[in-house]
Design a protein around this ligand. Structure first.
Ligand code: NA7
Length: 519
């Protein structure tokens, strides 16, 4: 019923052989159960999405997510992650498990790059176009390409003249790269930079970190999961309890902000509480299980910063390094840029053959054939430059595709003056299209699987309802978008988040409109 990839230019137009849907594995299983004909196109050669592309050294979940990916009992009853925070290899094992369990592969085409789509008014269907010439019609169209599908490489003078290797963490070679005993530069200290540095630092002959903004890293408290203990938890119903809880909390984790404010506690109580969250429990609890005013009140936020700083400084013996990693004056309020979870980052940075260059005072002037020259005139020679410079996050993924509305405008054009959506799931003049894990949804403010699962359930119910009623066209209203933008802005402005230059509001990309991108 589908165009074979070997006959890319033929278009399948007969009504009987129409694919009804284009979506990701989150939906396939349920929509198939409604009798719909479902197809997934995926650019990568296998499953995993970001975990397929980002296989840089040390890449792993750094959010309190792992076992909570397994929402359906059918999936977790015979699968257990190996570690509290799974590495990309174990995540791959999980995706393959899901594919097998639900027999998904028959509906997925890998190595299939969707380039764009237009809505055919006469048929009320999307015409989806792939790079290999494949064109298919679909009644419902679900772009599910994540919030980090467009990498960002800064325009660094001379980069292409470098004689060594240059790798971007977002497209790490699938065959791996041996970087032992190499002289390595890492530019960027977001999650990808922190994990790369942690992994490569001990192996490198020399490693230099080019840091623009310090990352307020939190201890991961990584540990192996005991399969027997996990089985016991499953039997006791703890997994099911956890999944129920996810839908009731701010960020879709199993915990939430406290009912009390920072200064409701005495200094001693606060110290003890912070110690419990950050050191004993670890993970994101110091960020999202803390006092409810931490992300809203500057004085409260400073208490968190000072505690965090004290803990970091104690781990970094070199005062110059400590001052760069945890400055006395916070460059932005605590938690208003995404903190990363680290295992031994501060110990690795403290190694004598690891240096930090502060790009605020000493920016990169140029890359030469040999290495990187900074403003102070110093040239450091390298074998390898790792760009851990992130993404045109949240909006960039969708806006890079040539998906056109009923007026012929692309998403990029529609969002030129600011992102618009209804509930972060649909856009006016883009009928029958629902996007997952994109702008103005909880997306980067949430536990990804919780957000995606909720959206997939909503889409599933909506499509089922429309199909049952024989409705062929469904579209968001402009007024619904206006209201959603207003509410997103209102919530955002009530916090300290606007005070950080972050990809949460697009300020990591020069020229990009600065606005709240997540709900
Ligand atoms: P991030 O978090 O966007 O990190 C990118 C890093 O690169 C960050 O430290 C940036 O500094 C730095 N950067 C960006 N442009 C430059 C230039 N021009 N010069 C120097 N440094 C630069 O991306 P990741 O891949 O680490 O993580 C992305 C998220 O994906 C992660 O948090 C998870 O949620 C999944 P800045 O902080 O902007 O000053």
């Amino acid at each position: 019923m589908w165009e074979p990839a070997s006959e890319p230019s033929r278009r399948c137009t007969s009504e009987s052989c129409q694919p009804r849907l284009k979506c990701n594995p989150t939906n396939i299983f349920r929509l198939r159960q409604h009798g719909l004909n479902v197809k997934v196109f995926e650019k990568g050669a296998s499953s995993g999405g970001i975990w397929y592309w980002n296989q840089y050294p040390g890449a792993r979940v750094d959010s309190d997510t792992p076992i909570y990916q397994l929402f359906d009992k059918e999936l977790w009853e015979d699968f257990t992650f190996r570690e509290r925070y799974a590495g990309w290899q174990d995540l791959k094992r999980y995706f393959q498990h899901v594919e097998k369990k639900w027999d998904l592969l028959k509906d997925i085409e890998y190595n299939k790059n969707v380039e764009g789509a237009t809505f055919d008014e006469s048929r009320n269907q999307w015409l989806i176009e792939c790079a290999d010439g494949t064109e298919v019609y679909a009644r419902w169209f679900i772009p599910a390409i994540g919030f980090a599908a467009k990498r960002y490489t800064p325009p660094i003078k001379g980069l292409s003249s470098f004689h060594g290797d240059v790798f971007h963490t977002a497209v790490w070679p699938q065959w791996g790269v041996n970087l032992k005993n190499k002289r390595i530069a890492v530019i960027g200290t977001g999650a990808s930079g922190i994990q790369t540095i942690q992994e490569l630092g001990p192996k490198a002959a020399h490693l230099t970190i080019y840091q623009r903004t310090p990352n307020y890293c939190l201890p991961m408290n990584q540990r192996l999961l005991d399969p027997k203990e996990e089985e016991e938890k499953k039997k006791r119903g703890e997994y099911e309890e956890a999944f129920k809880k996810l839908y009731t909390t701010f960020a879709g984790f199993t915990y939430d902000f406290q009912e009390r404010n920072t200064f409701d506690d005495t200094p001693e109580q606060r110290e003890e509480f912070f110690e419990e969250l950050m050191i004993k429990q670890g993970g994101f609890r110091f960020w999202l299980n803390t006092y409810k005013d931490m992300l809203k009140d500057e004085k409260a936020n400073n208490e968190a910063y000072n505690f965090w700083r004290k803990k970091v400084v104690a781990r970094v013996p070199d005062p110059q390094k400590a001052a760069l990693l945890a400055p006395e004056n916070p460059p932005h309020p605590w938690g208003t840029k995404r903190p990363s979870l680290e295992q031994n980052f501060y110990e690795v940075v403290s190694l004598p053959h690891v240096d930090i260059v502060d790009l605020q005072t000493n920016p990169v002037e140029e890359v030469t054939e040999q290495g990187i020259r900074t403003k102070d005139g110093n040239l450091v020679e390298f074998d390898v430059i790792v760009l851990a410079t992130g993404f045109d996050a949240v909006t960039g993924s969708l806006a890079q595709l040539n998906i056109r509305d009923t007026d012929g405008q692309s998403i990029k054009e529609r969002w030129a003056d600011g992102v618009r959506s209804s509930m972060g799931i649909s856009i006016s003049k883009f009928p029958n299209m629902f996007f997952i894990y994109g702008p103005q949804a909880p997306t980067a403010f949430s536990n990804g699987p919780s957000c995606v699962q909720l959206q997939a359930n909503w889409i599933d119910k909506t499509i089922k309802g429309l199909e049952d009623k024989g409705i062929k066209r469904f579209v968001a209203k402009k007024e619904a978008e206006d209201e959603w933008i207003r509410r997103t802005r209102e919530e955002w402005d009530a916090t300290l988040f606007p005070r950080a230059k972050s990809w949460y509001q697009g300020s990591n990309i020069p020229g990009k409109k600065v606005e709240p991108l997540n709900w």
